[in-house]
Design a binder for this molecule. Structure first.
Ligand code: HEM
Length: 500
């Protein structure tokens, strides 16, 4: 007590503050100046650099343009939050490989937490044991050999009925290929995951597709993600929070119905008509919330991405008659003439098709940026300090067309560029991300895209309606997080006539 009153009542405190204050000041300044933050554009108070990215060009293009000025590791602020924008292959290696462990958690958002059933999933879960366990379940149960066999069987039969129905279309009927491919991918993914497609059914007044679309939007950025102190007020006033809640209720309503439709079955009850699906196999191992969260990831991860990529691939093929002809020759010679279906083993032989799909993923990765990441321990990227709490946006779109890597006409669609390329281009194109959080569905996605293209080009020739030349196909794009065609891909099929 005496000691305490000595410190508080005497001259000791003011004098020691006077002596030590300059030292504390110099220490803080030194520490601050020894931190070398990445360069970035000037920012405004409160909103940071938001005004610079809200233009009509699209955020992927604006950030790419800014990075050409400030460098491949560029620091911007959206609201009060620092974002490191990564836009070169070298920096991507540092983020996804060298410092992967310090940079592989996902940024926290209220909506991400809600719609992933409290981070019970893989994609939105913070890095840690639960994420690891759930990723293992997804990889072994949804992407493992048994499910892939079922997936391929369902895909072959759905594809056969699709090509049959296109053949039945009268000559010169225009088909919206995006609708057709999306519907095919939905049917295949849904039937493999929960045994049926729930097409036409409504859940709280919304179809499954509407729920999936809304989930994609509402897991994105909100005011509270960039203004943690007062953003929740804006989210409340703008109705965002109610929108997220409604989306969660609809999603949960659909997923609960799926679980209810799956009474406990065991392997012995599986029949050819009704094979064990993903839900049957996982129901006894996971809690309801874990299972719902995993299914949400499958729907969000697999449907739009595979469809958008296939649509871009067909757009590029149709726009380039030389490529279309070369590809059709390969597909038709690998399958043989007058076959009623194309199967997986035929596709395995199609080397040019694989190059076409790679070139599509290079030039048109469906997600312009990888999913968000956040720094958890200090590290250096490109010689600059990255502090904990910094969010990372890695541009897959920009890296795929970087002229320093893709030297010959990087924006030209030329599958032959992969002809003499040794091995896979690892960080020189990153449509599926990399490191611990890389997309686990890479193989399923690429084989789906290859299979759909092989079928559509084996049976049919495609042209643009209205006498427009194929070369003049509109290739404008829009959107975030996915880069879609601005205009729907509407084409006219004609059935291929065998000459011999
Ligand atoms: C063309 C198709 C696809 C593309 C371009 C794609 C792309 C991506 C990208 C860029 C990421 C983030 C990677 C990162 O942060 O480094 C990702 C994550 C993920 N993808 Fe895919 N994806 C596709 C198909 C699929 C499929 C078919 C599934 C099926 C299960 C899937 C499930 C997931 C999951 C669960 C994650 C989160 C992984 C984690 O956080 O650990 N994706 N995907």
């Amino acid at each position: 007590m005496e000691i305490l009153s000595f410190f508080s009542n005497s001259w000791f405190l003011p004098i020691s503050l006077l002596v030590f204050l300059p030292y504390i000041f110099i220490y803080t300044i030194r520490r601050k100046s020894s931190i070398k933050l990445p360069p970035g554009p000037q920012r405004l108070p409160i909103i940071g650099n938001l005004h610079q990215v809200l233009g009509s060009e699209g955020i992927h293009q604006t950030l790419w343009n800014l990075s050409q000025k400030y460098g491949p590791a560029m620091l911007v602020r959206f609201g009060s939050q620092p974002f490191l924008i990564i836009s070169s292959s070298e920096m991507a290696v540092e983020v996804l490989k060298t410092h992967d462990q310090k940079l592989c958690t996902r940024p926290y958002t209220e909506s991400g937490k809600r719609l992933s059933f409290n981070h019970m999933d893989v994609a939105f879960a913070p890095h840690g044991d639960h994420w690891r366990d759930m990723r293992k379940v997804l990889v072994s149960e949804f992407l493992g050999a048994k499910r892939i066999r079922l997936y391929k069987n369902v895909m072959e039969s759905e594809m056969e009925s699709l090509t049959r129905s296109i053949s039945l279309h009268s000559l010169n009927t225009t088909i919206n290929l995006e609708d057709v491919i999306l519907s095919l991918v939905y049917d295949v993914v849904c039937k493999t995951t929960f045994g049926k497609s729930y097409k036409g059914e409504k859940f709280n007044g919304r179809t499954l597709k509407e729920i999936v679309d809304e989930t994609l939007v509402t897991t994105g950025a909100s005011f509270s993600a960039i203004f943690p102190t007062f953003g929740w007020i804006l989210d409340e006033l703008t109705g965002w929070n109610r929108r997220v809640e409604k989306c969660f209720t609809d999603l949960d309503c659909f997923l609960q119905r799926v679980l209810d439709d799956h009474p406990d079955r065991n392997e012995t009850k599986s029949t050819d008509d009704q094979p064990m699906d993903f839900i049957d196999d996982c129901k006894s191992r996971l809690t309801s919330d874990e299972l719902k969260a995993l299914v949400m990831n499958v729907l969000e991860g697999a449907l739009d991405t595979s469809t958008i990529t296939t649509v871009w691939a067909i757009s590029e093929i149709v726009r380039n008659p030389r490529i279309m002809l070369k590809l059709q020759n390969e597909i038709r010679s690998c399958v043989g003439s007058r076959k009623s279906s194309v199967n997986e083993s035929d596709v395995a032989k199609m080397t040019y098709l694989k190059m076409v799909v790679k070139e599509t993923l290079r030039l048109h990765p469906p997600a312009a940026f990888l999913m968000g990441r956040e720094c958890t321990s200090p590290c250096q990227i490109g010689g600059f300090d990255v502090l904990p709490g910094t969010k990372l946006m890695v541009t897959a779109w920009g890296i795929g067309r970087d002229p320093r890597i893709w030297k010959e006409n990087p924006t030209e669609f030329r599958p032959e560029r992969f002809e003499n390329m040794e091995g896979d281009k690892n960080f020189e194109m990153i449509p599926f991300g990399g490191g611990r959080r890389a997309c686990p569905g890479t193989n399923m996605a690429t084989s789906t895209i290859e299979f759909v293209i092989a079928n559509l080009l084996y049976f049919f020739n495609w042209k643009i309606p209205g006498g427009v030349k194929n070369e003049d196909l509109d290739m404008k794009l829009y959107g975030f997080p996915f880069l879609r065609r601005t205009t729907p891909l509407c084409l006219v099929p004609t059935k291929h006539i065998w000459q011999d």
